[in-house]
Design a protein around this ligand. Structure first.
Ligand SMILES: NC(=O)c1ccc[n+]([C@@H]2O[C@H](COP(=O)([O-])OP(=O)(O)OC[C@H]3O[C@@H](n4cnc5c(N)ncnc54)[C@H](O)[C@@H]3O)[C@@H](O)[C@H]2O)c1
Length: 327
């Protein structure tokens, strides 16, 4: 067996704030033989790898960090895509679409041919739309293409509910579903503490005002952090590294992730079982009528964005073919 096959590797595309934090988290909690960092900014990339290497006793820790090319990344077990522009204070995630879709498209050209066993984990925003296009551009089976989606929003939700109920976050089962963005919503009808429905566990506190407050906190948490420090990195670093672990350890953990929803025609977050082959299966949820409507509205909004992005991508391809013919 070749050396290549004996290694487990995670490639991270984008060595900025998020990519470096995912790498650091993977070095502190080793789950693979090597982490490969890729970024066109050569100086930044080399500096990040040297700095991260210093956290591994000069490369002698369980997981090795090195820089690599897009081609090498395309052969990794998991490719974490953080490459792309980030939000400026006050900017929405959707406003990043045009820039980040072009970057995504160029990434698949540079990674080609991508290993048929690779699992793609999208982190760059708008994550639901990019997950949709990654599935198309990569040619990989849709179960192998997933986005972090609302897993970070759901972690924030569990943290707040745990504080209110004075229990550990691990005892809270509650999900933010839909878009990792403004149209996300909390599936209150399914939330529980242990096996006790939230409406029984928190009966007196669970008013409409209480729910609205919590939803606006989870929806606005990233914006508030970005306004103060220019990025969010630790929360998403932890979430992305955990998802890599669920994949490589075939742990069959259930988390809300962004993946293709055939009946809605887009990628958005619903709970799924995650394992070595990516999304092993969707976990159906019995939403109430209002939540069902919120989910459908959210999908409709995402589909409208996908339609206009598809036109932009097509026009770009036609332009580059025309330019090729003239040179
Ligand atoms: N999904 C989430 O919950 C979540 C949370 C935080 C940030 N994000 C998103 O993650 C993305 C990265 O954020 P950041 O703060 O690290 O931004 P950043 O600007 O610090 O880093 C992005 C890096 O991507 C690199 N890059 C550009 N094109 C590339 C390519 N073709 N191949 C490899 N690398 C390339 C850039 O050179 C840059 O270094 C943003 O889109 C941000 O919105 C998502």
């Amino acid at each position: 067996m070749s050396e290549q096959r004996l290694k487990t590797s995670i490639a991270i595309l984008g060595a900025g704030d998020v990519g470096a934090t995912v790498a650091y988290t993977l070095l502190q909690n080793p789950i693979c033989s090597e982490v490969i960092l890729v970024d066109p900014k050569k100086e930044l990339l080399e500096a990040q790898v040297r700095d991260l290497g210093d956290a591994t006793y000069g490369g002698r820790a369980a997981t090795r960090i090195r820089l690599g090319t897009h081609q090498e990344a395309g052969q990794a077990d998991v490719v974490v895509i953080t490459a792309g522009a980030k939000q400026k204070p006050g900017e929405t995630r959707l406003s990043l679409l045009s820039r980040n879709l072009h970057i995504l498209s160029s990434i698949f050209t540079s990674m080609s041919p991508i290993s048929p066993h690779t699992i793609l984990l999208l982190v760059a925003n708008p994550v639901d739309i990019l997950t949709y296009f990654a599935r198309k551009l990569s040619g990989l089976p849709e179960s192998q293409v997933l986005g972090t989606g609302t897993s970070l929003d759901s972690a924030r939700l569990r943290g707040i509910l745990a504080q209110k109920a004075e229990v550990s976050p691990s005892s809270i089962d509650a999900y933010v579903l839909g878009e990792h963005g403004d149209s996300q919503f909390v599936a209150w009808s399914n939330a529980s503490i242990g096996s006790t429905p939230l409406r029984l566990a928190l009966s007196a506190k669970l008013s409409d005002e209480f729910k609205a407050d919590i939803e606006s906190h989870t929806r606005g948490a990233a914006g508030a952090i970005i306004a103060a420090k220019g990025c969010t990195a630790y929360g998403i670093g932890n979430v992305a590294a955990s998802i890599c672990k669920y994949i490589l350890f075939d742990s069959r953990t259930v988390r809300p992730l962004s993946f293709y929803q055939p009946e809605l025609g887009c990628c958005l977050s619903m709970p799924a079982v995650i394992g070595r082959k990516g999304i092993l299966r969707a976990m159906p949820m019995q939403l109430d009528e209002d939540e069902r409507k919120l989910l459908e509205d959210c999908a409709e909004g995402l589909r409208a964005v996908i339609d206009s992005a598809e036109k932009e991508l097509k026009a770009d391809n036609e332009l580059s073919h025309a330019l090729e013919r003239h040179t």
